[in-house]
Structures are given as C-alpha cells and as structure tokens.
Design a protein around this ligand. Structure first.
Ligand SMILES: NC(=O)c1ccc[n+]([C@@H]2O[C@H](COP(=O)([O-])OP(=O)(O)OC[C@H]3O[C@@H](n4cnc5c(N)ncnc54)[C@H](OP(=O)(O)O)[C@@H]3O)[C@@H](O)[C@H]2O)c1
Length: 258
C-alpha cells in the first residue's frame, strides 16, 4: 500500500517544542522532508541537529508575519527544489482566564498569532497549493495536498476558564471549515485538529498555575503527549488524496469537559 506521506514537503510552524516538534520527528521518520519554524532559533537548530541536515530546513521568525511566511515557502524550494505540499498551521499560544480575569496585556499577541497569523498562513498556503495543482502537471488525485490547522476542544465547546484563548480557536475552527468548503472541491484537504489537554510548554506560556494543572492531571490524566497528536495527524495526511478525515477531536480518555 502506498504511503502518501513519503517524499512530501511539509512546513510546520511552531516546531521548537510540543506538537510541532513531535510532528517534525514523526513526518521525518515516515520519509517526508520538513521546513521547521519558531522564534527561538537555538531551539530550532537543536531539533535540526537531532533530525540531521538532509531533509530539514530551518526558518526562524515570527510565523504571524508575511515576510516569515514567504521565507517558509522559499526555504522549501531552495532546500528541496520543489513546492511544499503540506502546511501545518500550528504556532499558537494559550492564555489562562476569561474576558474578566485574563491578562489584557497578552490579548494582542495571542490574537495576532492565533488568528491573524493562522489566517495569513492559510491564505498563502491555499494560493500556492492551488497554483501547484494548476501548473505542476500532477493532478490532485496523484499528489496529496494538505493544510492542517490546530484548533482546540475549547474552540468547539465553551470553556469559562480560558474563554479569551477559546475565542481564538473558535475563529480558526470557522476559518478551517470555510476554507475546506472553498478549496476542498479543487483537491486541497483542509483539516482541523482539536486537541484537549496536551502536556507541553503550552501550560507555562498560558500561565496556568501548577497546582491547578496538577489537579486536572490527577482527575482526568494521563493527559495527551505531543506524540499522541502527531501520530493522528500523520495518519490523516497519509490517507490517499481522495480520502479526507477532515476534523479530529483528540482528548485524553478521561477528559469529560470541555
Ligand atoms: N497543549 C495543549 O493542551 C493544546 C490543546 C489544544 C490546542 N493546542 C494548540 O496546539 C498548538 C501547539 O501547542 P503546543 O501544545 O505544542 O504548545 P508549545 O509547546 O508551547 O508550542 C508552541 C510552539 O509555537 C511556537 N510559537 C509561538 N508563537 C509563535 C510565533 N508567533 N511564530 C512562530 N512560532 C511561534 C513556539 O516556539 P517559539 O516560542 O520558539 O516561537 C512553540 O514552538 C497551538 O496552536 C496550541 O494552541 C494545544
């Protein structure tokens, strides 16, 4: 059976830790080539050194900026002499608290990264993947093309404890489904991944209190690992081009809510 991940060129934003780093490892292991991105260049270089130089290109920078997004696609062409055909819109951050209680000084950065950055990358990816279908001579049925967007369970079910963050994931939920309806018929799969609790750097960045997170783990754990999510994403994008598992809600088994 053909493995539709082998030989593909993936761009993964936010790959210096967590789900993005696990995905880079998983994709590479399955024979894909990867362009990895995050703002912390030293951490990216560490991952690149671990993965080896042949099938990895690094682009350090803020994924919500158009200039960085252009460099991601250019890096694929420079290093692998071809267009990227798989774009994972993963860079993002959480924020503890609601409209009433969260730290307002962090709202703009979160909205810029989680909504505007995601939309800019989705737009750039859609333009390039559609152009590739038109000009490359390889039809959508011969070559899989994917845009994978990281939402969240709190982008589908209302959570009062992180409602500002949740609102950004409600936004990408609707952007992903709208784009799926728009470009799915042309042969590009747009997939929404909605994880529940995943242990990563996310909790520290979001400002969750250790005691609170530990009590969650005690009640519903074990929580997911980034590798659990990566394995499911790799399964989805390795389906034949005419098969689309378009939404995946991934929870720890004992997570009851949200
Ligand atoms: N962990 C969870 O419980 C959970 C649940 C549902 C959804 N998610 C979503 O899954 C995605 C990955 O989260 P994670 O759990 O893997 O968290 P993580 O370990 O904190 O990883 C986030 C990654 O994004 C990068 N990043 C943040 N802002 C960026 C920017 N502006 N430009 C480029 N890179 C940026 C970070 O690296 P730098 O700091 O080096 O830039 C890091 O590599 C996020 O979209 C998150 O919202 C997470």
């Amino acid at each position: 059976m053909q493995d539709w991940l082998e030989g593909r060129i993936a761009i993964i934003t936010g790959s210096s830790s967590g789900i993005g780093a696990a995905l880079a490892r998983d994709f590479l292991h399955r024979g894909a080539r990867v362009v990895i991105n995050a703002r912390r260049e030293a951490k990216l270089q560490e991952l690149a050194a671990e993965l080896g130089p042949d099938r990895v290109a690094c682009v350090a920078g803020d994924a919500s900026e158009d200039a960085t997004i252009d460099r991601l696609f250019q890096a694929a062409r420079d290093k692998f002499e071809d267009e990227a055909d798989l774009v994972v819109v993963n860079a993002g951050r959480g924020l503890n608290g609601s409209v009433v209680t969260s730290d307002t000084s962090q709202w703009e950065e979160m909205i810029r990264t989680n909504i505007l950055g995601a939309a800019r990358l989705m737009r750039a990816a859609a333009h390039r993947l559609l152009a590739d279908i038109e000009h490359s001579g390889s039809s959508w049925q011969q070559q899989a093309r994917d845009i994978v967007v990281l939402g969240s369970t709190v982008g589908r079910h209302i959570s009062p404890f992180s409602s500002m963050y949740g609102s950004t994931k409600f936004a990408v939920n609707s952007l992903a489904e709208a784009m799926r309806r728009e470009i799915g018929p042309k042969g590009v799969r747009v997939t929404l991944i909605e994880p529940g609790f995943v242990r990563s750097e996310f909790q520290g960045v979001a400002g969750y209190a250790d005691d609170w997170f530990n009590s969650v783990v005690e009640r519903i754990g074990p929580v997911l690992t980034p590798e659990d999510c990566a394995e499911i994403i790799a399964f989805i994008v390795s389906r034949p081009p005419a098969v689309h598992l378009s939404d995946a809600l991934i929870r720890p088994t004992r997570q009851d809510y949200p």
